[in-house]
Write a protein that binds this ligand. Structure first.
Ligand SMILES: Cc1cc2nc3c(=O)[nH]c(=O)nc-3n(C[C@H](O)[C@H](O)[C@H](O)COP(=O)(O)OP(=O)(O)OC[C@H]3O[C@@H](n4cnc5c(N)ncnc54)[C@H](O)[C@@H]3O)c2cc1C
Length: 365
């Protein structure tokens, strides 16, 4: 016999779980379904950087609210507000950094430029080759490997149903939605697609073609090192994020691409991209030359051609919704999930959503 819910959420990443929490607070009875474990996708393998300095200007209000949400989650997600520095090593990078950070400061991020002396006092182990550095006291990080455990606990505490290792393989429309899953049939009056890099095949189950593409980002971690840096460190190009965890390990990311597709399963680390990523990290923090890299891994991140989120009604399917493709989605997820929940509950979201039926023109600012 199939079980019936007010809404089925396909995808138990940060987007699906955060939305389910708001829906339940609003009186709906959701079920969250994941093909693996909760938080096993991008939400559980990302670099965990919560940096306003690397967010898109238009998404700044969402990122600022997201930061408050992370602060409230605190230790349970390994949250640390460390402040962050973004570095430029060349005149061109310094120009780029000034231009971008001015726009972000204008959008409300507390970003300012620091002198060489201030940078050295705060971060003495950084290279002396820094031409310009911006600082944001709000920046920090969380531990993405705690995402699944955290949300599993929150869903359980709130009495929200969830099923893991339960891929949705078919969706039929009659009165509401009839889902075929590995855990048996499920019926729901509404549907939220929150399947991350797998949004395209999941939307195709409803005959909808979403212009979702996937990137495969790489993250590396070193062995434990003596204290090297107390802040989140980034680079003007966005090609480096780095932070040292309380246990001494240094996590290095920056969106360098590995190999593979979400459909094929696990991705592969590519030496061609992990090496320059680590070289840039070492350039910024020369003491890393002595560090051994313990592990590099990849994860799939979704986007659409204009690099803005998909957040709203699923085009052409009544009572179906979609949330995903949020750049910096780990930072923004807990907040935009709440907005999505409000929208589905029929409430006016505090900030506007991003209509999935819009025209997608490339926009990379
Ligand atoms: C390596 C990497 C580093 C990143 N670093 C950062 C960072 O430092 N800071 C930041 O803010 N953002 C970062 N991001 C982006 C961020 O991780 C993502 O934007 C965010 O986690 C996306 O959340 P999601 O819930 O949409 O997707 P996911 O977390 O991928 O969740 C989607 C879920 O859907 C499930 N699913 C798919 N198909 C089905 C199906 N048919 N049936 C049931 N379940 C299904 C999957 O198993 C998965 O758990 C990074 C991303 C990657 C990949």
């Amino acid at each position: 016999m199939s079980q019936e819910f007010d809404i089925a959420v396909i995808g138990g990443g940060i987007m699906g779980c955060a939305t389910a929490l708001r829906l339940s607070e609003g009186g709906m009875r959701p079920i969250v379904l994941d093909q693996g474990d909760l938080g096993q996708g991008a939400s559980g393998v990302n670099a965990g950087t919560l940096s306003l300095q690397i967010k898109r200007v238009k998404l700044m209000p969402y990122a600022l609210k997201g930061h408050h949400a992370w602060e409230a989650m605190g230790e349970a997600v390994g949250f640390h507000k460390t402040g962050g520095y973004t570095l430029a090593f060349t005149e061109r990078e310094a120009g780029l950094l000034h231009e971008r950070q001015a726009l972000k400061a204008g959008a409300g991020a507390p970003i300012s430029f620091v002198s060489e002396r201030e940078l050295r006092a705060a971060e003495p182990m950084l290279t002396r080759k820094v031409l310009a550095a911006s600082h944001c006291p709000e920046d920090g990080y969380a531990n993405s490997s705690l995402t699944g455990q955290y949300y599993r606990g929150r869903l359980r505490d709130q009495g929200i149903a969830y099923r893991e290792r339960c891929p949705v393989t078919a969706i039929d429309r009659d009165v509401g939605f009839a889902l075929t899953t590995a855990g048996g049939p499920i019926r729901a009056r509404r549907l939220l697609l929150a399947a991350g890099a797998w949004l395209k095949p999941v939307a195709a189950l409803l005959g909808v073609d979403l212009p979702v593409r996937a990137r495969i980002n790489t993250v590396s971690v070193t062995e434990r090192m003596p204290p090297l840096t107390a802040s989140v460190i980034g680079h003007a190009t966005g090609l480096l994020t780095m932070k040292q965890k309380p246990n001494g390990t240094v996590l290095v990311g920056g969106g360098w691409q590995g190999r593979g597709t979400p459909q094929a399963g696990r991705g592969q680390v590519s030496a061609d991209s992990v090496m320059p990523n680590l070289a840039l990290a070492q350039y910024a923090l020369p003491a890393l030359a002595r560090a051994r890299v313990l592990r590099s891994w990849t994860g799939f991140e979704a986007n659409v051609p204009d690099f803005y989120p998909l957040a709203g009604a699923l085009p052409g399917v009544e009572d179906a919704f979609v949330l995903g493709c949020v750049r910096g989605g780990y930072t923004i997820g807990p907040y935009i999930g709440g907005l999505m929940g409000d929208f589905i509950l029929g409430r006016e979201p505090e900030l506007p959503l991003f209509d999935p039926a819009r025209d997608f023109n490339e926009d990379t600012i």
